[in-house]
Design a protein around this ligand. Structure first.
Ligand code: AMP
Length: 306
């Protein structure tokens, strides 16, 4: 691994999930927001991951990072500890996960001190995890552009901390139900406008099978999702979207409006592959030309003449 800064850094959960969908179940599914994010982003740029694992995260599990050359210098192993666990299930509405169990385990007292290299990362993503931990990482990194995600678990259980973290980021990527809950607004346009007064200057709302919308104070951009017939496991869709989005920005080294729009499409492409199989199994086999192919199809099915 080179001594140059990671172009993109992520902090968030690395997890062992237990997933049930109408099409099948998996007892031990590699997951976590930072894991899904980094696998997806690694198709665009070199990414470093800040997280913690326990003894139950095996050498075989670590291959998910090593085979994609994800930098694990700031992935800490706590001897005797247990990895973050999440159990969830989906009904036929695959847009909504029902949480059955959340165990923070080694994340409960994780207080990372980042390597010098990681502190110089120009692009930082605060993936879903305790908002206080997101903020402590944000404070250590001298980043040009910082984006974050969160979920109902933290909106309901750690709102004040979450609002503090939100006040020190440039962008929020969030799913639609959580955007409404965070803003206390049923209407999505009003919810996004309200979030734009809380700190971020860019809000990207992920709408599951209906696509994504991107708001700034001056502009609006929206895209449908890739028209998939076989959605198998939606877990990690939001994180793989964020990985494609941030990976594209970090690779371009730019956050102008044109690049942000391309990033929304790359995010949508990565999410569309991620949901085809359990965990990140599909992304582990994905070829770069497959990304290009769906990217071009997006252009075709959203193009029209005036
Ligand atoms: P997504 O489907 O993209 O929203 O994210 C799914 C991933 O988030 C799963 O792999 C879980 O391990 C992880 N996750 C679930 N609940 C939490 C939580 N409270 N904090 C951090 N990560 C979580």
């Amino acid at each position: 691994m080179s001594a140059a800064p990671n172009p993109l850094l992520v902090v968030g959960s690395v997890a062992i999930d237990s997933i049930r969908t109408p099409f099948g179940e998996r007892e031990r599914s590699l997951g976590g927001a930072a894991l899904h994010f980094s696998v997806s982003a690694s198709f665009f740029t070199e990414v470093g991951v800040v997280a913690v694992i326990g003894d139950d995260f095996t050498a075989e599990d670590r291959r998910v990072f090593d085979e994609r050359r994800i930098d694990t210098e700031n992935l800490r192993h706590v001897p005797g500890g247990r990895t973050f666990r999440w159990a969830g299930e989906y009904g036929y509405d695959l847009n909504t996960a029902r949480t059955l169990d959340t165990q923070l385990n080694v994340f409960a007292d994780f207080d990372p001190h980042l390597s010098e290299r990681a502190r110089q990362s120009p692009f930082l993503f605060l993936a879903n995890i305790q908002p206080g931990l997101q903020r402590r990482v944000r404070e250590q990194v001298n980043a040009r552009f910082v984006a974050m995600d969160t979920m109902n678990f933290w909106i309901e259980g750690a709102r004040e901390e979450l609002l503090q973290t939100l006040s020190v980021v440039d962008a929020l990527l969030i799913n639609d139900a959580e955007a409404r809950e965070l803003a206390g607004e049923a209407n999505m346009i009003r919810a996004a406008r309200k979030i734009l007064t809380m700190g971020p200057s860019l809000v990207v709302v992920k709408r599951g099978e209906y696509g994504a919308a991107c708001f700034t104070r001056e502009s609006y951009f929206a895209t449908p999702a890739f028209p998939l017939e076989n959605v198998f496991d939606p877990t990690g869709a939001g994180d793989s979207f964020a990985g494609g989005f941030m990976g594209c920005l970090a690779q371009a080294g730019s956050i102008d409006d044109h690049t942000v729009r391309r990033a929304v499409i790359y995010g949508s492409v990565m999410a569309s592959y991620n949901v085809e199989e359990f965990s990140c199994d599909r992304l582990r086999r994905l070829l770069p030309e497959e990304i290009g192919s769906r990217f071009r199809q997006f252009k075709e099915f959203t193009h029209f003449e005036i």
